[in-house]
Design a protein around this ligand. Structure first.
Ligand code: ADP
Length: 287
């Protein structure tokens, strides 16, 4: 909630009176608001959860990492902080519109350019969150080690701990590695958004695409494509533009399934058994 003490705190930070506060819907984790001062319009997310401050700090850092690549825009973050147990992130408000085919083409091109930003290892300098779950970005020189040790195995383990998967249904790291090794060849680290569903990009009213709410790290570029396709997919204009820069290959289909498995396990762990069937169907294909 945007309490009076938070309002007052932000007004002092901005050295300006806060006018017209409006709730913004669409976020799954925090409450969000739009407000104006005489000079500017701002977007504020508020959350009083135990991890919220750290979540907002890593969100701000990842937004900056993406912005610094000059490939695709992210909203500018002004402050991250806490008042009376309410944690917040304050950023620029982007006026949005529904995407046109041209906007989606530009978004596809710019995402591909972000993915061409590379590094000497998979992972990132700091860990972050996927939804409200911890996401380790411990660096590894090979993609299969990173993806299995830092992504799949921890989520499988959590699902077991939560009683959502039996031990007999859970493949070992060695089993997963032997299946994936043929698919995970010649993969270069690419800077990812990390949680690219349809609610995590916006198109500004002038047509500029913006990424929001990232869970970034250096990983395989197809991870973002896999997430974008998990719940319905983006438009063909987007995929045509993207793949004209980063083409698919013979194993894309299998890898997309493997990468969706991570997000489905995350959903299983966050939201429960509704996602069991989808997880199980991928596991059954390979084990
Ligand atoms: P949550 O972390 O709670 O999921 P989001 O960051 O996804 O919240 O934001 C919730 C919604 O608010 C988004 O779906 C988007 O429509 C809108 N939104 C997010 N950031 C901005 C912004 N900087 N300017 C305008 N609208 C935004």
């Amino acid at each position: 909630m945007m309490t009076d003490s938070l309002k007052q705190h932000i007004s002092i930070l901005l050295n300006s009176e806060i006018k017209q506060t409006q709730p913004v819907s669409g976020g799954d984790i925090s409450s969000a608001y739009k407000f104006s001062t005489t000079a500017n319009t701002y977007f504020l997310k508020v959350n009083s959860g135990a991890d919220a401050l750290q979540m907002f700090q890593t969100e701000a850092k990842a937004l900056q990492v993406i912005l610094d690549t000059n490939t695709i825009k992210t909203p500018k973050v002004f402050h991250v902080g806490s008042v009376d147990g309410s944690h917040y992130i304050l950023m620029e408000f982007i006026d949005t519109k529904s995407p046109s085919p041209k906007d989606m083409k530009l978004f596809g091109e710019q995402l591909a350019k972000l993915h061409l930003v590379t590094s000497d290892a998979f992972g990132l300098e700091f860990d972050n969150f996927i939804g409200s779950l911890h996401q380790s970005n411990k660096k590894h020189p090979t993609w299969s080690d990173f993806y299995i040790d830092e992504r799949i195995a921890p989520q499988l383990q959590l699902a077991q701990q939560k009683g959502l998967l039996d031990q007999s249904e859970t493949p070992s790291k060695e089993q997963i590695k032997s299946v994936c090794s043929s698919y995970f060849q010649n993969i270069k680290p690419a800077l990812l958004h990390g949680d690219l569903w349809g609610g995590n990009y916006i198109i500004a009213s002038n047509g500029t695409p913006y990424l929001i709410d990232p869970a970034s790290y250096f990983g395989h570029s197809e991870v973002d494509i896999a997430m974008s396709q998990l719940f319905g997919g983006f438009s063909t204009d987007f995929y045509n533009a993207y793949h004209s820069i980063i083409p698919q290959d013979n194993f894309t289909k299998q890898r997309i399934e493997w990468y969706q498995l991570y997000y489905l396990l995350v959903h299983l762990n966050l939201f429960g058994r509704t996602y069991y069937g989808s997880v199980k169907s991928i596991l059954n294909t390979y084990f």
